[in-house]
Design a protein around this ligand. Structure first.
Ligand SMILES: Nc1nc2c(ncn2[C@@H]2O[C@H](COP(=O)(O)OP(=O)(O)OP(=O)(O)O)[C@@H](O)[C@H]2O)c(=O)[nH]1
Ligand SMILES: [Mg+2]
Ligand SMILES: [Zn+2]
Length: 304
């Protein structure tokens, strides 16, 4: 048996990059398909697998190693359960653009919660800085300051500025990273500048809606340089926050997770209870209002 990593899935075939450098198409036996019923795809891009090579030079996947972490989203097209977008990742990157499409702050905290809940280190990238006016630049700077304090890095880039791209290149060197974010923010364009030989298809932004058109439609592990892999994912509208209980939400806010232990009630929601350490910190300006507000919104959405 040989070991390798899933770099692409087409539904019935899985493309595996073997540790010896070869790439082969593999099938997944029915018994492995059934093991994880709540997921629409039992094997995901980034999974490490053991493969038996057949006489026709295709492979059969014999085992799937336990995942270090994964990023999931709710299944689309009316299917039940979750879809694993990528497994075993070193860095989850949220890509937004200052303009075209317009930047959405609401997405950041949902993305960070997804990463915290899945043990994926996060990075926030703001693309298309070439389109930024002074006001936009200030807003990005404020965002940087706020998230830096929480230990999250924000990097502002433009795919037409080689210096800014170099910053990103240094950060991802030697890692397996995922690019996530709304359609049209430039995820595929970033890949193309990181490795121009890829020549991947990017999309025009429609002038009418200022929205992307979902050019990328499946996940794939792409080699940027030896040892550096990027998973380009289809554009998302929202992070669904699957499997998070409203009462656990504050666990995934880095500035709240220790404080919550000091609340008077163990099941404190940090919204109205007396003796709440989180609300006290907020009143003493130790928690950023925009973060507390996003906590309230997300709590409501999870508590329906
Ligand atoms: N001005 C400017 N435009 C950019 C930049 N990066 C990408 N674009 C443009 O933005 C549009 C969308 O880029 P894509 O790379 O296809 O976006 P995507 O995030 O991969 O979109 P989906 O695959 O639909 O999720 C294209 O027209 C790009 O040329 C940038 O830094 N500045
Ligand atoms: Mg794309
Ligand atoms: Zn509390």
């Amino acid at each position: 048996m040989k070991s390798g990593r899933i770099i692409k899935s087409t539904g019935s075939w899985y493309i595996v990059f073997l540790d010896d450098g070869e790439t082969i198409s593999c099938r997944l036996p029915g018994k492995l398909r059934l093991e994880e019923l709540d997921q629409t795809n039992p094997v995901a891009v980034g999974d490490r697998v053991g493969v038996d090579i057949q006489s026709d030079q295709t492979g059969v996947i014999q085992d799937i190693q336990k995942r270090r972490n994964m990023i999931t989203r709710l299944a689309t097209h009316g299917r039940r359960g979750q879809q694993i977008m990528a497994a075993n990742i070193d860095l989850g990157i949220l890509v937004q653009s200052v303009k075209r499409p317009e930047f959405k702050t609401g997405l950041i905290d949902r993305f960070l919660i997804t990463c915290e809940a899945n043990d994926v280190p996060p990075l926030i990238v703001i693309n298309k800085m070439d389109l930024a006016k002074d006001g936009d630049k200030n807003a990005v700077q404020d965002l940087k300051i706020m998230y830096d304090k929480l230990g999250y890095q924000v990097v502002a880039i433009s795919t037409i500025d080689p210096n800014l791209i170099q910053d990103l290149r240094n950060i991802i060197e030697g890692k397996t990273v995922t690019l996530m974010g709304p359609s049209g923010t430039g995820k595929t364009s970033i890949l193309n500048v990181l490795n121009p030989s890829l020549n991947l298809t990017t999309g025009e932004i429609s002038n009418f809606s200022n929205k992307g058109k979902h050019t990328t439609t499946f996940s794939e592990l792409i080699t940027i340089s030896p040892g550096t892999f990027v998973v380009d994912t289809p554009g998302i509208r929202e992070f669904g926050l699957v499997d998070i209980d409203a009462y656990d939400l504050s666990n995934f806010y880095v500035e709240m997770k220790d404080l919550r232990m000091q609340c008077r009630y163990y099941n404190c929601t940090h919204i109205h209870e007396p003796g709440c350490a989180v609300m006290e910190a907020y009143e003493n300006k130790l928690i950023n209002p925009s973060r507390y507000l996003s906590y309230l919104h997300i709590f409501e959405s999870l508590n329906k």
